[in-house]
Every structure is written in C-alpha cells, then in structure tokens.
Ligand binder design. Structure first.
Ligand code: DAH
Length: 348
C-alpha cells in the first residue's frame, strides 16, 4: 500500500466513526459512559486519531483535522444528549431512586403578631373556663348599639365613628366586639363565660396610633352572685399572665353597657426613655375597659337581672401587641412587609 492509500483509509475510518456516533443509541447511563470513554476518554479513539495527525501528509491535514474536529464535537453532543435523557453519569435516574435522601427544606413562615397575642389571651382565659364566641362583622343597630344601652341619639354613639353600610334600617361595620355579648346572651342562658376576638371598624384617620380597622377581644362572665371583686381578681390573674405584673389600677370611667365602669391601667415602669414616651411620663398604661354589665343590657337579652349579674371587659389587640413587642406604629400590622413579619418566627 502506498502512502496515499493509508491516509485515505485513515480519513475513511474517521468517517465511519462519525457515522457510528450518529446512529449510536443507549438504554442506560452506563452504556453512555462506556461510549464516552471509548470516544472521548484519555485512551479513546479521538485521542489516538489526534496522535496520528502528525503522520498525515501536509496536503491532507486540513481535511483530516476538520473531520476529526467534527467527530469530537458530534461525539460530545451525543454524550450530552444521552446523559440528559438518561440521567447521566453518576446521577440517579429519578427522584425516587434514593428515598433516604433528605427533602428540600420548606421555608418557615411566621404567625402574625396580632394572632400571637390573640391566642395568648385566649389561652390565659381558657385556663379559667372561658370558651369562644363569634359574631358577624356587618352588624345591625340593635346588636352594635341599642341592646348595649345605647339607644338612638345617645351621645355616646359619637365616641365610635361608624362606617354605615346602609341607613334606615341601620346596618354598619361593627365598631366593637361588644356586639357579640348581645348575640351570645340572646341565645344562651347563664352561666356564661366567653371571649370574643374579632375585627372592628371605625371611621378614623389612620395614623401611627390609630387605624380604621383593628382587633379587639371582648370578655363576658354572667352567673349568680358575680361581683366587682370577681372582676378585679380576674384582671389581676390576666395582667400577671400576659404582662408579668399584678400592679394594676382601676380608674372610674363610663361605658353605657356597664355600671359601674372602669378603665384598667397596668404599671409599666419608668426606666427607659421609651417608657416615659409611651406612658406619657406617668409609668401607667391603659390596657382595657371593663365593668359590671348594666342590668338594662341583661334585660335586653332576656336574662333575668334580679337573678344574674356579671362583668364584661374589652381590649384592643394592636395596643397589646405594640406594648409586648415594642412596635411604635400601628400601620406596621397591615403592611405585610415580610421583614417585619419574619421577626415573629419564633414568637409564641
Ligand atoms: N366596647 C368598648 C370599646 O369599644 C370596650 C369595652 C369597654 C368593652 C368596657 C367592654 C366593657 O365589655 O365592659 O371601646
């Protein structure tokens, strides 16, 4: 054989390889790997063919080199294609091949601070026998006002700027959760011991201190011989559990649905500059309203006010959360900024 013939067959052999690569099929990742080693491995066909390059006469080097590059590119493309289809070298074929592999972590969310505080209060009162009761957010005049001893034209109605849904007959967004007291007493006889958490609405300008939507928890206890001393003891128990202090004071106040009425302050202290600011320099903080249920309210709800007496209280959840977590702006609760909400991941 003369030189030409040898080189012609070398070129042919690359062409045969190119054709072989084009038709190659594999049914497993192992077969792909064997193919890869045979063509692209250190001792594979392509390495050998490159080594033979120096023996190729100058006039054929160009064609030989082009075909060899074509073979290399096509062999690599075939390996990539088959690895992608069959899972490739070393990779498992499917997600379930190794069921002991740890799963993908699920990012932890956080409970909303209002929910955290609400559940704390519910938990504290559930230990002394309080259940839950709920009512609608869209209320009628009777349940939001009239039955609570706030008849039409009563001046105290102005204390709660109301969003009306409809007038005559009046339908409104409830301004307080006291409406749930009425609904519960209308359909239950004493003994009654309930908490009613929920959203309330007031037509107020939004600022750092007040919002037109906020949350309250209402409490109601009706039984025989319930006295103001029972109310006071319950409040002491509550403030100790939530704020860690039993140092409270009851300031005489006025609510149409309770008589006598009081506002509850806790002693917050005056240690830091912030303490001065939030307590307006007094050290005391108001946390809720309360009182003995007015006999008129019991009568309005078909409960015998000669036989039964009771107390009620109502508190704002945003206010409590602001105190407990030192949040200075009520609007933060409704902005849904994850940087704010994330801070409560471990709160409980
Ligand atoms: N309903 C009152 C308010 O919205 C809060 C309140 C005060 C509720 C005294 C009560 C209570 O049950 O006895 O501000």
């Amino acid at each position: 054989m003369d030189g030409m013939c040898i080189f012609a067959s070398m070129i042919d052999s690359i062409k045969v390889h190119i054709a072989d690569v084009a038709v190659f099929e594999a049914t497993s990742a192992d077969e792909v790997e064997q193919f890869r080693i045979a063509y692209l491995g250190k001792k594979g066909h392509i390495t050998k063919l490159f080594a033979d390059f120096r023996n190729v006469p100058n006039e054929q080097k160009k064609e030989y080199g082009q075909l060899l590059n074509q073979l290399k590119t096509e062999a690599q493309a075939k390996v990539n294609e088959l690895q992608a289809a069959l899972g490739g070298k070393g990779k498992t074929k499917g997600a379930l091949d190794d069921i002991s592999r740890p799963g993908q972590p699920i990012p932890l969310g956080a409970r909303h601070p209002i929910s955290i505080v609400r559940d704390k209060v519910i938990d504290v009162f559930s230990r002394i026998g309080y259940g839950l009761s709920s009512g609608p957010e869209v209320e009628d005049d009777w349940h939001n006002f009239t039955a609570l001893n706030l008849p039409e034209h009563h001046p105290a109605r102005d204390m709660q700027d109301t969003f009306f849904v409809q007038t005559k007959p009046d339908v409104m967004l409830r301004t307080h959760t006291s409406s749930v007291q009425v609904r519960h007493m209308e359909s239950n006889q004493p003994p009654i011991r309930i908490l009613s958490p929920g959203r309330v609405f007031r037509n107020e300008a939004i600022s750092a201190r007040s919002h037109c939507v906020f949350h309250q928890i209402e409490g109601l206890y009706i039984d025989k011989n319930v006295s103001f001393a029972d109310l006071k003891q319950t409040l002491l128990y509550f403030t100790k559990a939530i704020f860690g202090t039993a140092e409270i004071r009851l300031r005489p106040s006025y609510f149409p649905f309770t008589e006598p009425s009081a506002e509850v302050d806790i002693y917050w202290g005056l240690e830091t500059e912030a303490d001065y600011r939030i307590t307006k320099g007094t050290g005391w903080l108001e946390i809720m309203g309360c009182g003995m249920v007015d006999p008129n309210v019991l009568t309005n709800c078909d409960i015998d006010s000669e036989e039964f007496s009771g107390f009620a209280f109502g508190m704002g959840l945003e206010r409590m959360a602001m105190l407990l977590y030192q949040i200075e702006d009520i609007r933060k609760f409704y902005e849904n900024d994850v940087r704010f909400l994330k801070q409560f991941t471990s709160a409980s």
